[in-house]
Design a protein around this ligand. Structure first.
Ligand code: RFL
Ligand code: PHB
Length: 404
């Protein structure tokens, strides 16, 4: 057994773990990351694309913003189309100046990985059997296997950044945590292609054939999604079938601008709302997807992970720089207030923009009545400036809550 030591043990090298590690290292707080898969595998996951300003500012504070600031696109608006009629949500004017940045999760992750490698901090990729021990004491430790060797990592704190399927959340005994969950009766089929995007801003489309989203990674790379039944399989969708279906769901005025081409990646993601309360147990903190999942309709998944990181980072700075341990207990409360807001917004956007007809709803409404209510809701919010402002304020992201 090889014994090693650090101040903060971070489980998971996704965006949460890497960003936290980079911020802590900049403040001289020592950390080690343990990751289950290879760095290459982490980079192969195609996920989020929209960053709130709070996230972008944090990446700047971590000193890793060079490429994001030069290559990321500033989006001042976003469109919502209903039955192929387009409404523009003018994010900048409706919020008094806020915008979002379009820069893929893959790119942020790569920038963070490169910065970590350049600064010589330790990451144990391809680790197995990670287990957290004694996290309610002052001497927590983590055990894991790497390269045929068994490790014992002593630390002051553990940051559980290991995603929905990680081990950290399960370290909280079942009688000490409550989990909230809703699984949606459809999934998103995503397609990535090296074609110019249909428009310079995102278009969220509600059509009678189901939801579609037109997004992008750059001026030459597009990302599109289609609502599909949960039982559907990627193999059922040729590239041609995808493009044909997309054409039927996007606004009429945009159809002529759709450039099709071969897919680089195609996958189906299920949609889920999930929260674990509390988000801390002794000296172990859950961060990002380890504690909460949102359906991607509000573009909040990665952004909620970033606000958790911001809160934990500020707490760790107080602990190590001001010797204030009292602030530790604030973590879960601050994180969860923002998480629940993002959960509600993502659930609401999902309800408003997807087709639930013929779906079994888990409330006492029949699906056709639900559809009429949602149609009325869409009109109310999209036809009024006040309604569009409410959407804009939430889409750009609420401010981060400060420590007391
Ligand atoms: P991640 O990215 O899941 O990273 C967790 C890392 O922990 C590792 N891990 C372990 N490491 C060590 N020991 C263990 N026992 C471990 N178990 C797991 C994993 O290998 C992984 O590398 O969580 P993180 O860092 O909190 O980041 C969160 C974001 O990735 C996530 O919120 C978003 O990507 C969510 N999400 C989307 N969000 C959006 O805003 N827009 C999207 O379009 C969007 N698409 C998606 C998504 C999430 C998806 N998942 C999780 C299936 C599409 C998909 C398919
Ligand atoms: C994406 O570009 O992958 C993306 C953008 C906005 C969303 C979801 C996904 O709401």
């Amino acid at each position: 057994m090889k014994k090693i030591k650090t101040q903060v043990a971070i489980i998971g090298a996704g965006p949460s773990g890497l960003l936290l590690g980079q911020l802590l290292a900049k403040q001289g707080i020592d950390n080690i990351i343990i990751e289950r898969v290879s760095g290459e595998y982490v980079l192969g996951r195609i996920r989020a694309g929209i960053l709130e300003q709070g996230f972008a500012d944090l990446v700047r504070e971590a000193g890793v913003a060079g490429r994001m600031d030069s290559e990321g696109q500033v989006h001042e608006g976003v469109a919502i189309a209903v039955d192929r009629k387009k409404y523009r949500i003018d994010l900048k004017n409706l919020t008094g100046g806020d915008v979002v940045i379009c820069y893929g999760q893959t790119e942020i992750t790569k920038d963070l990985m490169d910065a970590r490698a350049a600064s010589g901090q330790t990451t144990y990729y391809e680790s197995d059997d990670t287990a957290l021990h004694d996290v309610t004491t002052d001497s927590p430790y983590v055990t894991f296997k790497n390269g045929g060797e068994e490790y014992h990592l002593d630390c002051d704190f553990v940051a559980g950044c290991d995603g929905f399927h990680g081990v950290s959340r399960k370290t909280i005994p079942e009688d000490k945590r409550t989990e909230f969950e809703r699984v949606y009766p459809f999934g998103w089929l995503g397609l990535l292609s090296d074609t110019p995007p249909i428009d310079h801003e995102l278009i969220y489309c509600k059509s009678e054939r189901g939801f579609a989203l037109c997004s992008m990674r750059s001026n030459t790379r597009s990302r599109y999604y289609l609502q599909v039944p949960l039982s559907d399989k990627v193999e059922n969708w040729s590239d041609d079938a995808f493009w044909e279906e997309l054409k039927k769901r996007v606004p009429d005025e945009d159809v002529p601008n759709l450039v099709t081409g071969p897919s680089i990646e195609k996958s189906i993601a299920p949609l889920r709302s999930f929260v674990c309360e509390p988000m801390q147990y002794g000296n172990m903190f859950l961060v990002g997807d380890a504690a909460h999942i949102v359906p991607p309709t509000g573009a909040k998944g990665l952004n909620l992970a970033a606000s958790d990181v911001a809160t934990l980072y500020r707490i760790m700075c107080r602990v190590y720089q001001e010797n204030d341990r009292d602030c530790i207990s604030q973590y879960s409360g601050i994180a969860l207030r923002r998480v629940w807001h993002g959960e509600r917004f993502s659930w609401w956007m999902t309800n408003m923009l997807h087709d639930f007809v013929d779906a079994a709803l888990d409330n006492d409404l029949d699906s056709k009545t639900f559809d009429r209510f949602m149609s009325s809701e869409r009109n109310f919010f999209l036809e009024n400036e006040e309604g569009r402002r409410v959407i804009a304020m939430q889409y750009v992201g609420l401010p981060y809550e400060q420590l007391k």
